[in-house]
Ligand binder design. Structure first.
Ligand code: PEP
Ligand code: MN
Length: 355
């Protein structure tokens, strides 16, 4: 998957986090427009809205369907936002592409089904649109990567993933357990795939969105997709986890973005320098020991004692003074010289046994 393009959408750049925001579901034209206007005013560039909603049980609100495309188009016309929606069938793909949707995502329930993903992939063949693949509901990394590969194999190159957490029988504060190790392993294997975090579906409640978003940033994720509604308490789906555009903007302002990659590069360069210097140090010490052995031979030939205290005292005084001039600690230098001297003497004394 090395030929994927790192920049997902025009305008989102590489600055972290890239943000996609908007309601869980498009409900009415007014709700879509009001939310879009508020988001645009807060500087958001990409609007999400579910048109076809996968619901656990029949009878709930299953999305407004194709008629909502016109609302998204109007939002795009009036605000300049890019528009994004979830597709679960080839018919959704056709309708979204015909309707000028800018970005598609594949939902967690769909990713879990390779037949469904393959049908979507076939509908996308030969088209050029960015696609984000949510993780499957179950914590199955291979299934997630398999879905990305199915989409990629059709020629789609602007691809990314969304981490939305995993269903778990363990009781926890989350609606879907983050199991961070799974997206981290995905990043390790496919570092060129942009990773978005969906703190709304992981947390399931408003209070958890900000800490989860921060954690995703600390882990180096590229973007966030956050459910945002002009009146969250009146949302027709997922109301407990939706926030207002103003709350989203506040949260984004408070995020601490540590640009770890730059720091790491810098650190790597410095470490390489240290390694080179250490190489030279070790080589110099070895060379110095060679000379010590030579001195040992010489002293033996002339029946001179190995330890010559005055010479050592002179050497210590001269080198500690030089170290201090160069901004180093005298005692540190004295310690090093003592160690070198001890080893040097040992080399001279032990020489006869070694030969
Ligand atoms: C959604 O994004 O509204 C949605 C249905 O999410 P998921 O597929 O992660 O459950
Ligand atoms: Mn939702």
């Amino acid at each position: 998957m090395n030929d994927l393009q790192p920049i997902l959408l025009p305008g989102t750049g590489t600055r972290r986090p890239a943000v996609i925001a908007g309601p869980c579901s498009a409900e009415t034209e007014e709700q879509v427009l009001a939310t879009a206007r508020q988001l645009a005013a807060e500087g958001i560039r990409v609007l999400r809205a579910g048109l076809w909603k996968p619901r656990t049980k029949p009878g709930g609100f299953e999305g407004v369907g194709t008629k909502g495309i016109a609302w998204l188009q109007r939002a795009k016309r009036e605000t300049g936002l890019f528009i994004a929606t979830e597709v679960a069938t080839p018919a959704h793909v056709e309708a979204a592409l015909a309707g000028g949707i800018d970005l598609l995502w594949i939902g967690a329930r769909t990713t879990a089904n390779p037949f469904a993903v393959q049908e979507i992939a076939d509908a996308l063949r030969g088209r050029d649109i960015p696609v984000l693949v949510k993780n499957p509901v179950s914590p199955d990394l291979e299934l997630w990567i398999g879905a990305v590969e199915r989409i990629r194999n059709t020629g789609i190159r602007r691809l990314g993933v969304i981490h939305r957490g995993f269903a778990s029988i363990d009781k926890s504060i989350y609606r879907n357990h983050p199991m961070w190790a799974i997206p981290i392993e995905l990043r390790r294997r496919h570092p060129q795939l942009p990773v978005y975090c969906d703190p709304s579906h992981i947390g399931g409640k408003r209070e958890l969105i900000a800490p989860l978003a921060q954690q995703a940033m600390d882990l180096g994720f590229d973007g966030l997709i956050v459910e945002t509604h002009c009146s969250p308490d009146e949302a027709w789906s997922d109301k407990a986890q939706q926030i207002t555009p103003a709350a989203l903007a506040g949260m984004l302002r408070n995020l601490v973005i540590r640009e770890t990659s730059g720091a790491t590069e810098n650190l790597n360069e410095l470490r390489a320098k240290i390694d080179k210097l250490d190489d030279r140090l070790v080589e110099l010490l070895a060379e110095r020991m060679d000379v010590s052995r030579e001195i040992g031979r010489c002293k033996r030939e002339h029946a001179m004692p190995v330890l010559q205290a005055r010479r050592y005292e002179e050497l210590l005084a001269r080198r500690t003074a030089q170290a201090a001039e160069l901004g180093m600690d005298r005692e540190f230098m004295r310690g090093i010289l003592q160690l070198i001297h001890e080893e040097s003497v040992r080399q001279q004394i032990e020489l006869p046994e070694k030969e």
